[in-house]
Design a binder for this molecule. Structure first.
Ligand code: NOJ
Length: 924
């Protein structure tokens, strides 16, 4: 009865106007989550014990074994507990793509010698995330040089890096060019909770120094009991970034970009950052609370050096951050799983992203439509509604690419069905959308309504492809449809059936080719579950407890959908999937968004650090609900949000079912006009965004770059999180995020000339400059020395722009020089993987502009998108390179001329007609 009341209250709360904010009591804090409490306590006792104390972990040097190719070193760490010795095999692997992996397992579990009390279906092993999180097998290097030392060993790798291992007490230090960068267990907080008996004489023998026996076998929260069949099994360790004052990453939190300290003090958090994927209803800003996704990757930046750490663990995880004058210490605490850490060292943050991405994969290059503007709300109500919205976008001159359908399109929230009264012929509807190359993205969630006469649910139940409760029976819980089951995405057996459900022949949405998918609620959200999720003692295929895999659950579900969509489209187009829950590796299958933001200015403001954080953590295809989800934004807030959204890699407006209609053309002038203009600007910049996405997809670069990516040695930029660069375009933007703002103070990070994007006014000198911001103004500067590409002709959708001519925009530095790049392909297919793409690199020096195609000049490279030309070259500079009125173009042995017209701080070459498939040059 109580449970039913709780569900009703929860549902009611979701539907009514928000007034209260996050229900923090629905979510555990560190003290309530016993593994966190135990490990914070352990670290505190170690600190109190001071210098005289030694960590009980020791590397057995006689066990050290180096494989012949020197890329892997094996050994065992011994944990001393009273008179027991617990055997923890350790592997150090040196990667060809950069970085070192240190992985620690537990011998008694590998040997299967432990009792999993009463649960034969549960595996005793520790979960290794590699199967789902990694892009493929790791490539090992063979350049690591191993030497034994007095107390341990050292390895020189990547020529300039050195790993120094101390055997007793066990610690690992990483050096670059002789300078210490990262140390593991330097503070002695390594704590590996080994398997132990639940009863008998030995119990006490297993309790180590500083260990509190709290929540070993069971804990309770909010009337939910969590049984720990395998007992305590947390892994924890300190990771210190030596000489680094700023660390970033570990999404998802609604917090500042440069992470705060978490052990109290002014401006600091009291609680550690938590990574536990939850449906955090009405989340708070400036909080370390968990959200929908988790990426346990942290990056650190200081003058001349960058470092990264990937804590490869998918269980509930807390990270405490503390700083001293010089360094930052992170304390990682995970409830279960392997202790598995990757350390990356480099001179640049981009290289850290490349090395990390070499393990978990890079962003799937989106189709061009997917980086256009998306229009969503809960809900568009019928076919008529969808087509009407489309017409109104067209009438108002506002481009859009995708219209979305939330849960109400279904028949009683049964996914793969349509409410036939409202959507009588979905294929007809999609075909109509296709006339202007628009797409439809309906929602499909992982809960499946437990209804009669619903083949999807009966199939999952009959075949046993469901997630199980702790008794091994199908787990039932509540979500949008009422009582539901959850498909078990760890079970590969259901893939074929999932493929069938999406198949073009008779599956969802029939033959339509413009259908893509939204996977929501995949944390998974369970309304009547602990912390609105699944009980941690649920059981998945393979014998994993839910606690082992919780944070990777959302990723595995999207993998299912991705495989099915690739089959549906015969690998002819790149599927688009939006996911709410994510983990390291989710970037390989699509985009994320920051969930249920409120329609308030502070949520607009925090969206920028949220998206920057996603970018540096390897998943840059990110956005926030434009306009906010809960509530009704004022026309001004909607405009400012639509303007900020121009820069969101994933640009989608969305709204709660109870909010008023607010499509961008709905408000009175000037707001409808400012909204339209902002969206049109995004479309003009699509070639620049697509180029930035190409870098994300090939080397893991963020699409929006924090300032320290461009001026890494300027320490003043390390905690700036309201400005950013768009890829390498040199565009520096600072969206307005304050109500009634008349101006912004934009910080210019170096002495290059910066030009206002609209007026070309020059801002010069490192420091703060004022830009006035009437409603229509989006504060954007172009950094001298960069070149970017636009498409200035207005069309209704991105795909319709495919053959349109381009505009080259050159912002000169003080020496009259600039460089830039364009990536282009057909924007749809996987043909780019067969070489069908263009990378054109531009440079300007003196009075010559040059373009070189690094992928060659062969027509084969432009086969699927044709010979796109430039219709304009704009050169912006303090001093312009010519006073001449004509330019000479050279391309493929031919020469012709084009007219130049001057203007304030700029000249424009009109209709020069160079093509993107060829090398060319222009004499000014
Ligand atoms: C929760 C999502 O965060 C929200 O965007 C969506 O509208 C609702 N689920 C309903 O599907």
């Amino acid at each position: 009865m109580l449970r039913v009341l709780a569900i009703s209250l929860f549902l009611l709360a979701l539907l009514v106007e928000p007034i209260l904010g996050v229900k923090s009591n629905l979510f555990k804090n560190c003290d309530q989550n016993k593994f966190c409490k135990r490990n914070r306590h352990y670290a505190d006792r170690v600190v109190e014990a001071g210098k005289g104390w030694t960590s009980p972990y020791e590397l057995d040097m006689s066990s050290i074994e180096q494989k012949s190719d020197s890329s892997v070193i094996n050994g065992r760490i011994v944990k001393h507990v009273n008179d027991l010795e617990i055997d923890l095999p350790v592997t150090f692997s040196f990667l060809e793509t950069g970085g070192v992996r240190v992985s620690v397992d537990e011998q008694q579990r590998i040997d299967g010698k432990i009792d999993v009390y009463g649960h034969d279906s549960i595996t005793p092993n520790r979960y290794n995330i590699s199967q789902f999180a990694f892009a493929g097998p790791l490539k090992l290097s063979n350049d690591a040089v191993f030497t034994k030392t007095d107390n341990g060993f050292k390895v020189v790798y990547e020529n300039v890096n050195e790993m120094v291992v101390k055997a007793s007490p066990f610690s690992v230090d990483f050096y670059r060019s002789g300078k210490k960068q990262v140390s593991l267990n330097g503070k002695g907080w390594l704590n590996y909770e080994h398997w132990r008996p639940i009863e008998g004489d030995d119990v006490k023998k297993h309790v180590g120094e500083f260990e509190i026996e709290d929540g070993f076998w069971e804990e309770e929260f909010d009337s939910f009991k969590d049984k720990k069949t395998k007992g305590p099994e947390a892994v924890a360790m300190d990771v210190t970034f030596e000489g680094y004052k700023h660390v970033y990453g570990i999404p998802e939190h609604a917090d500042k970009f440069s992470l705060r300290e978490t052990r109290g003090g002014e401006g600091n958090h009291q609680e550690p950052y938590r990574l536990y994927n939850v449906d955090i209803f009405e989340y708070e800003t400036n909080s370390p609370m968990p959200m929908y996704g988790s990426i346990p990757f942290m990056q650190a930046q200081t003058k001349g050096a960058s470092a990264g750490v990937f804590w490869a663990n998918a269980a509930d995880t807390y990270i405490d951050i503390t700083k001293d004058k010089k360094s930052t210490t992170s304390h990682w605490i995970s409830e279960a799983g392997l202790l598995d850490v990757f350390v990356f060292l480099s001179d640049t943050p981009e290289e850290i992203n490349r090395q990390y991405g070499a393990i978990v994969g890079y962003t799937l290059l989106p189709q061009s439509f997917a980086i256009g503007y998306h229009q969503c709300r809960w809900n568009y109500n019928s076919e008529e509604d969808v087509l009407d919205i489309t017409e109104k976008f067209d009438q108002s001159g506002t481009p859009y690419d995708v219209i979305w359908l939330d849960v109400e399109y279904t028949e009683e929230k049964k996914y793969f069905t349509w409410n036939k009264a409202l959507f009588p012929d979905p294929v007809r509807m999609m075909n109509k959308l296709d006339q202007s190359k628009r797409k439809l993205v309906p929602i499909i969630d992982p809960h499946i309504k437990n209804a009669d006469n619903y083949k999807v649910v009966s199939t999952f139940k009959d075949k046993g492809w469901t997630t199980k409760n702790n008794k091994g029976e199908t787990f039932f819980g509540h979500c949008w449809p009422g009582e539901s089951i959850w498909l078990d995405p760890f079970n590969p057996a259901a893939q074929n059936y999932w493929d069938e459900l999406f198949s073009k022949a008779g599956g969802f949405g029939g033959g339509a080719e413009n259908l893509h998918i939204w996977n929501d609620m995949n944390e998974p959200s369970v309304f009547d579950g602990p912390e609105t999720s699944m009980p941690k003692d649920n059981i998945h295929y393979g014998g994993w407890e839910h606690r082992d895999i919780h944070n990777i659950h959302g990723l595995t579900f999207v993998n299912y959908t991705m495989k099915s969509l690739n089959k549906r489209y015969g690998n002819k187009q790149r599927p688009f999937i939006l996911t709410r829950s994510f983990f390291a590796g989710s970037q390989r299958t699509g985009a994320m968004w920051t969930g249920d933001a409120m329609s308030k200015w502070e949520y607009l403001k925090i969206s920028i650090p949220q998206i920057l954080t996603q970018g540096v953590s390897g998943m840059p295809f990110a956005g926030s609900d434009v306009g906010g989800f809960f509530g009704d934004p004022s026309p001004e807030l909607l405009t400012r949000w639509t303007q900020a959204g121009v820069f969101y890699p994933f640009y989608r407006a969305h709204a709660h079912i109870d909010s008023k209609r607010r499509e961008p053309y709905m408000h009175e002038p000037p707001y409808n006009v400012t909204n339209r203009d902002a969206i049109q600007l995004r479309y003009r910049l699509l070639p620049t965004f697509y180029t930035a996405f190409h870098d994300a997809s090939t080397k893991g670069s963020p699409v929006l770059k924090p300032l320290y990516y461009i001026t890494p040695d300027n320490e003043r930029v390390y905690d700036i999180d309201d400005e950013f660069f768009v890829g390498d375009s040199g565009i520096l933007a600072m969206p307005v995020t304050d109500e009634g703002a008349k101006a912004v103070d934009i910080y210019v990070p170096d002495d290059k000339p910066y030009y206002d994007y609209d007026t070309y006014k020059v801002y010069k000198g490192e420091g703060t400059h004022v830009i006035y911001t009437p409603l229509e103004k989006i504060p954007m500067l172009m950094r001298g020395g960069h070149i970017h590409v636009r498409r200035d002709r207005h069309r209704r959708s991105a795909e319709l722009m495919k053959h349109d001519p381009l505009t080259l925009v050159i912002a000169l530095d003080s020496d009259g020089a600039a460089r830039g790049k364009l990536y282009n392909d057909d924007g749809i297919s996987y043909e780019f993987q067969n070489g069908d793409y263009v990378v054109q690199e531009f440079s300007v020096k003196g009075n010559k502009i040059q373009a070189k195609n690094s992928n060659g000049n062969d027509k084969a490279h432009t086969k699927s998108f044709g010979n796109v030309k430039f219709e304009r070259v704009i050169i912006v500079g303090e001093k312009l390179p010519t006073k001449s009125t004509s330019a000479t173009i050279h391309q493929a042995g031919k020469t012709w001329s084009a007219q130049i017209s001057p203007s304030q701080n700029s000249i424009t070459i009109r209709n020069p007609r160079m093509s993107i498939g060829q090398d060319w040059s222009i004499d000014l």
